[in-house]
Design a protein around this ligand. Sequence first.
Ligand code: ADP
Ligand code: MG
Length: 324
Amino acid sequence: MASSEFSLIETHFARRAGTGRPDWLKLGIGDDAAVIQPPAGRQLVSTVDTLIAGRHFPENSESMSIGWKSLAVNASDLVAMAADPAHFLLALTLPEVDEDWLSRFSDGLFRAAETFGMTLVGGDTCRGPLSITIQANGWVANNRYRTRAGARPGDRIWLSGRVGDAALGLALLQQRVAPDDVDAQTSATCMTALNYPQPRLGLIPLLREQATAAIDVSDGLVADLRHLIDASEVGAVIVRDVLPVNDWLRDRERLDLALAGGDDYEILFTAPPAADVQLQDAAKTLTHDLKLIGEITAEPGLRMQADGKFVDLDRYRGYDHFQS
Ligand code: ADP
Ligand code: MG
């Protein structure tokens, strides 16, 4: 590799990744590959996500938020599996070497890494249209991971945090919603939700103990709940009036942004009614909401209870990269 590439990696990534080497890391950045010794009795859970400029974020997004979000979306996938985030690799494609941009990108990235307890163990750097791929890994005690399959009729459906904030943030950014139409506080909250999603690491122990199935909400509540019920071979009913959404979405009847918006990175999971009390108690100690939003049914299909009726949710589609 060129020396400028070497110094770029060294300055912005290798040097900052080096602090506090965990036991399982035998060899980190600097050789041809990293060497990791999984802790005894743990399984490795792996995921990868790519963020492309102009598609997953606007070209001119603040690079600190690109750094944060690239890792956050991966950590959220690990949480959904009930795995403890541990390490990641970063494949970075850059149109040019912009030291300012890189230093803020790595600030966001390492702030996220510290928050989620993750170590950067390697990567790759090339020139080309801006894109960021992170391959992230976590640990889970043998066979204690959760999947989308496993929900049973009668299980409750729980949802962390709030849905639709990031979608409203994006709508504001793209001027599909007029800035004057939204109060300053709401728009600030929504922009933060869009740019700095918070993976729900605090839910991991609860998921291991209580969840029958789990998924992270990245494509939209309806789309991701549908993935869960499809994998579990069940149906579901959610209740419109208990969906955790901000007042603006509720007052303006823009629940579509909460149902199909995406980019929420909340956790949706199912648990038997016997877990209600423990989950309600646990919710009080979390830094975010945890709401009961519906129930799993034996009857297939996805419906929403609203105004005493049942609305078929099939016309709601989440974000699909292969649809126009
Ligand atoms: P190779 O030619 O063997 O692929 P590279 O020059 O791509 O080696 O990388 C050299 C070292 O720097 C490797 O340990 C690699 O994991 C690490 N590395 C490269 N790019 C990054 C990056 N963006 N972030 C972290 N580590 C990186
Ligand atoms: Mg390489």
